[in-house]
Design a protein around this ligand. Structure first.
Ligand SMILES: [Zn+2]
Length: 350
């Protein structure tokens, strides 16, 4: 492998660089760059991109990338790491998931250089980053006012490289999820680029557990790809393997009103359990939200103001719910910053 060239910048072997790729400017005439940090190892190897804030308000991944690029684990790295902490710069500066043209960037891939603003951004990201890489990790959180248990979403067949990488990441839960048209994941799959989506935490918030599991996960994937060396001092206690979700369903509110939530992320629920109650502001008429199936809560709303039909709790089904609950509990205990015996790669921010 020769030098890496991205956005017209040459990154020589053994070099790291931060540089800007220009995007359409603001109407104020201010320029809008997409900033990239690229590390080109001395030895050839896979080319991995790690990106965040494709949805502009999903910011956990930005902190994961900040810690990743500073991590001593990257010393002597083989291959290339291309980190793009803020893909949807327009949404990010407005605290918004969307672009100013109200499009969702993750529905317009691969985009087009003559298309909408979203399409142009998608096209630049495809040609400058995705198509120059052999593997990718796309960091997301739940949408605004929603929270996700740390989980990997990927589409894989048994025995595929994507499955091996999803397992290597080591998030508590893996969803072998259907592809969504226009998503980065769908387009990467078409091009044969194994891509993992990491979904963890809430939009516009830093969640320390999600950040820690995400950082550790990327480093574990890089190790699996042979980009970085095996751990010098292996953890005293290995965490269990991720559990794979068989299917999932949403518990929805049957009326509009104010929600009192009774379960937290990771909780084990049985079909028919009461997960919360919705009432009017005077508490005249409670209506329960009932679990449509047994499983674990892997996503939920944090906003107590709900409308009829709204998705409130995301419940994942597993082959053995008790075993899955045990795995999730071990991860929660290990990465909760309150129980801080975590051998952190960096001092926690909280
Ligand atoms: Zn997202």
């Amino acid at each position: 492998m020769v030098d890496l060239i991205i956005g017209g910048q040459k990154i020589r072997r053994g070099e790291r660089k931060t540089f800007d790729i220009p995007l359409p400017s603001l109407y104020t005439h201010a320029s809008v760059p997409m900033t990239v940090h690229a590390i080109n190892g001395r030895q050839a190897g896979p080319r991995l991109f790690v990106c965040a804030a494709v949805h502009g308000d999903e910011i956990n991944g930005i902190e994961i990338i900040r810690r990743l690029t500073q991590s001593p684990a990257l010393r002597g790295m083989k291959g290339s790491l291309i980190a793009v902490p803020i893909v949807n710069v327009y949404g990010f500066v407005r605290h918004s998931r969307y672009l100013p043209d109200r499009r969702d960037l993750n529905r317009v891939f691969p985009g087009s250089e003559k298309g909408s603003l979203a399409g142009r951004l998608a096209s630049t990201f495809m040609t400058e980053i995705v198509e120059k890489c052999s593997h990718g990790i796309d960091l997301h959180t739940a949408a605004i006012h929603r929270d996700n248990l740390p989980q990997i979403r990927a589409t894989f067949s048994e025995g595929s490289e994507t499955e091996a990488l999803a397992r290597a990441f080591g998030a508590p839960v893996i969803l072998n999820a259907d592809l969504r048209d226009g998503s980065l994941r769908a387009v990467a799959a078409e091009r044969g680029i194994p891509l993992l989506v990491y979904e963890a935490g809430e939009a516009l918030r830093y969640d320390e557990m999600s950040i820690r599991i995400g950082l550790r996960g990327i480093i574990r994937v890089m190790r699996k790809l042979g980009m970085i060396r095996a751990e010098a001092n292996k953890r005293k206690r290995d965490l269990p393997e991720s559990v794979i979700v068989r299917s999932s369903a949403w518990a929805r509110s049957s009326k509009s009103g104010l929600l009192r939530s009774m379960v937290s992320l990771g909780a084990k629920v049985a079909k028919g359990d009461v997960l919360g109650a919705v009432s009017d502001p005077f508490y005249h008429s409670d209506e329960d939200i009932i679990a449509p199936n047994s499983g674990l809560i892997i996503g939920k709303t944090n906003l107590p103001i709900v409308t009829e039909g709204e998705a409130i709790f995301h419940i994942a089904r597993f082959g053995k719910t008790d075993d899955a609950a045990d795995v999730v509990e071990q991860y929660q205990a290990e990465f909760d910053p309150i129980n801080d015996d975590f051998e952190s790669l960096e001092t926690p921010i909280v």
